[in-house]
Design a protein around this ligand. Sequence first.
Ligand SMILES: C[S@@+](CC[C@H](N)C(=O)[O-])C[C@H]1O[C@@H](n2cnc3c(N)ncnc32)[C@H](O)[C@@H]1O
Length: 287
Amino acid sequence: MKKILAGPYSQSYPNLVRIKSGVVSVWTDILSGKFAIWTAKRWLRTVYRDTPVPLEKALSLRSTTQCKNALLPPGWMVRTSGRSLRNRFLASQLADVELGTWRLAASTLNLLECQVRHLKPQIVLEFGSGVSTACLARYMQELHGDSDRVYVFSIEQDASFAEETTQLLEALQLDKNVRIIHAPLQPQVIEGIQTTCYNLPIGFLKTVLGNYCPGLVMIDGPAAESNARFGTLPLVRRFLAPKAWFFLDDALRDEELEVAQLWKRLRYIRINGVYLNGKGLLVGQVA
Ligand SMILES: C[S@@+](CC[C@H](N)C(=O)[O-])C[C@H]1O[C@@H](n2cnc3c(N)ncnc32)[C@H](O)[C@@H]1O
């Protein structure tokens, strides 16, 4: 099987540039007060270890400064390559693929791999396709066996990204286990909130999901205006398995912290907390 070279991380990103931008960013952060947040985050990580930090604690830390995205680590801290993946197959196949910028961070994918093994979902539903789709498909294949069953449904707003993901899945021979659903974005009112989200009418979801009831939802899209990810869970909730687990990436970003607070108001969403890995991973369950 050929190695995947999407996003030639090692060739096009000289290490010196990374180190320099890292040093500049560290100084900017120290001066802007983010350093205190880093220290508090380290402490929370020590206290909570492998469990998610309660949302209230994250929000109270967030409220200590006016800095935008104060809890979010700088880009250079989460940017790695596929080599950092714990899964051996993926680490070798995606060795030169950049992770952590637009894509999920390697530490987030590693955490998700553990969660898939632990929670054992029959079906995964993803919002925002890409390298993560291939990773989720591989985790599910390793959990349930190499069959022709569909393990992952991935909702994608952009036809060209859907095509790119399909090609990656084909190269890794994971395409038989994934169904990519192209759903363009549309302004709509969801749970009384004016937002932009995937166009997913109930009849359409019934047709594409059939009798499949996802037990784990990974939310890394859409890419749109603020709070766009709010609509994802309300749109699909009636199709999920009972007490389905959900994970929201970029959870340490201000927008996603706001989405978490909006979700908290909905009676059918329970939030367990935030993992401080990568860009933050909010975890909870849909009743
Ligand atoms: C955060 S990305 C999803 C990344 C994916 N979950 C992964 O880990 O590979 C959310 C959406 O942004 C769009 N997107 C992906 N990469 C992009 C890029 N480099 N520039 C602009 N949009 C991008 C795609 O439509 C994607 O569904």
